[in-house]
Write a protein that binds this ligand. Structure first.
Ligand code: NDP
Length: 327
């Protein structure tokens, strides 16, 4: 028997259910584009891995991330967004209208596509990290640092992000350890100096995390010093928070054959627009990929903030609307 695909024709299809995707849906809905939003593997996006959102305007008392994302979702629904729970498994942007396949089964043809698939923080992959996620383990100092005022925290990583996060946390916390696997920091000179000159930060070079410990929440971490070397040793430090800063990876693998990305995989857009381009040739972006737009963290290696993602989602929907009207 032939497994026939169901084909749906839509004006505007949005991939991703974080602040960028939902905001794009609100704008596209109000522009009468009857958007379809594919929710993806993590409903509500990266933000839902944090404990409380205090820096999104409009919530003076802070808000639980699930509540905020549900508010955005309901707002998008109010203007006619159709939500599809599932993961996009394939796209074909070489054809017009653009083709998007969900769960290998449902096929969409869309005049405009907004990619808002976000980025995922890298984790070490140890079991205790999962056990304490949201209970002392975080991958965003700007989001969660405030909860560790006057406490002791550790930041893992030796790059610019780790240094930036350690400095930020040092402004709030009693003490900040940096757990760095190499005998040096990879970060830029200026960031290294800031860290090394900050009396609240202690850098533990050549240390690796073994496991996190604690009763119901993070209370400490076991470390290896120079594992495999003659002077190998283990060490335990008491901490209240454990921050990962070992990099992010944008969720853009699916689009690599069609969309220009930078060496880290972030989608390339230019000139304050969300317009996508065909893949680069010798480091240069190709042609405009008409009707395909990128918003939020999948195209933003710098800010990684919900409010910034939401703003770019609005831009993408405005640009998609303009494009659709031009057809
Ligand atoms: P990077 O890839 O630069 O650094 C990642 C750090 O995490 C490295 O020290 C790396 O160690 C460490 N690491 C990776 N995996 C593990 C692991 N499994 N266990 C322990 N440590 C690990 O990522 P960043 O997010 O810091 O930076 C990404 C890009 O963004 C960079 O180009 C950076 O310069 C830029 N950036 C610039 C900023 C600025 O200019 N203000 C701010 C933030 C980022 P190792 O060194 O051993 O590989």
């Amino acid at each position: 028997m032939v497994n026939e695909k169901i084909v749906n024709r839509v004006k505007c299809l949005i991939i991703g259910s974080g602040p960028a995707g939902y905001t794009a849906a609100i704008y596209a809905g109000r522009a009468n584009l009857a958007p379809v939003l594919i929710e993806g593997p993590q409903l509500g996006g990266q933000l839902t891995t944090t404990t409380e959102v205090e820096n999104f305007p409009g919530y003076p008392d802070g808000v639980e991330p699930f509540q905020m994302m549900d508010d955005m979702r309901r707002q998008a629904e109010r203007f006619g967004t159709q939500f599809v729970s599932g993961v996009v498994t394939k796209v074909d942007f070489s054809v017009s209208p653009r083709k998007i396949i969900v769960e290998d089964e449902i096929e969409y043809e869309a005049d405009a596509v907004i990619i808002a698939t976000g980025a995922s923080a890298k984790y070490l992959g140890i079991e205790s990290e999962r056990t304490y996620k949201g209970r002392g383990v975080s991958a965003c100092a700007t989001c969660d640092g405030f909860f560790y005022r006057k406490k002791t925290v550790a930041v893992v990583g030796g790059g610019d992000t780790a240094c930036e996060e350690a400095n930020y946390l040092a402004g709030l916390c009693e003490k900040v350890y940096m757990i760095v696997r190499k005998p040096y920091l990879r970060a830029s000179e200026i960031m290294q100096q800031r860290v090394l000159n900050n009396p609240k930060i202690e850098v533990l070079f050549e240390h690796n995390t073994i496991r996190l410990t604690g009763e119901g929440k993070v209370q400490g971490v076991d470390l290896f010093y120079r594992k495999g070397e003659p002077d190998e040793a283990t060490k335990h430090i008491a901490i209240d928070g454990f921050f990962l800063a070992i990099g992010h990876h944008p969720n853009t693998e699916l689009f690599k054959d069609f969309v220009a990305r930078d060496p880290e995989g972030y989608i390339i857009t230019h000139d304050d627009s969300t317009q996508c381009y065909t893949p680069s040739l010798e480091g240069r972006t190709g042609e405009r990929l008409s009707g395909v737009f990128a918003a939020g963290d999948c195209a933003d290696p710098h800010y990684r903030q919900a409010i910034v993602a939401a703003g770019s989602g609005a831009k993408a929907a405005i640009e998609a609307d303009k494009y659709i009207k031009s057809l």
